[in-house]
Write a protein that binds this ligand. Structure first.
Ligand code: FES
Length: 169
């Protein structure tokens, strides 16, 4: 809504504003019921809306949906806690990530500067390239197919399914 005027000026026939207090809840079945090949869906808002949009977009092409959360998905970080090793490819240093500590904690403690912000897996700032190993994704940023690719991870919350991860740090 903050950019409504600018958007309506720039794309007068392509912007449709549907405030809930004027038009009621979004008709998601009408808006998203039929997957479109060349359409991206961006959504932020309360969790019930995000969940409903994710459900409607389940049949859409991979990568079409982009969501922004302000709190982690329910249960996102509930998996088991186990210790594992990380290798920092830049220096060849191997570090142990113990139970109860994040990769980000361990890396920062070793003196490596990594940009981070939310530290709960919602903002994407700490996204790190994975060079080897299998991450245990616990973030609320990456989509299912992005997580399945296992080539990047949010090191503030995600852990490892393999005994060792090699990270591009
Ligand atoms: S710091 Fe926000 S996702 Fe890791």
């Amino acid at each position: 809504m903050a950019f409504r005027d600018r958007l309506e000026q720039r794309h007068p026939r392509r912007v449709q504003v549907l405030p809930q207090d004027e038009t009621g809840l979004l008709d998601l079945d009408a808006l998203l019921g039929r997957p479109a090949e060349d359409t991206a869906v961006y959504c932020c808002g309360p969790e019930p809306l995000l969940a409903a949009v994710e459900q409607r977009c389940a049949a859409w092409p991979a990568g079409a949906l982009h969501v922004e959360r302000f709190a982690p998905r329910t249960g996102a970080n509930d998996g088991p806690q186990e210790s594992f090793e990380i290798e920092l490819a830049g220096s060849g240093t191997t570090l142990t990530v113990p139970v109860g500590r994040s990769i980000l904690d361990v890396v920062e403690e070793a003196g490596i500067q990594v940009l981070s912000s939310c530290q709960e897996g919602t903002c994407g700032t700490c996204e790190t390239t994975v060079l080897a190993g299998v991450p245990d994704h616990r973030d609320s940023v990456l989509g299912a197919e992005e997580q399945a690719a296992n080539d990047t991870m949010m090191i503030c919350v995600s852990r490892s399914r393999s005994a060792r991860l090699v990270l591009d740090l």
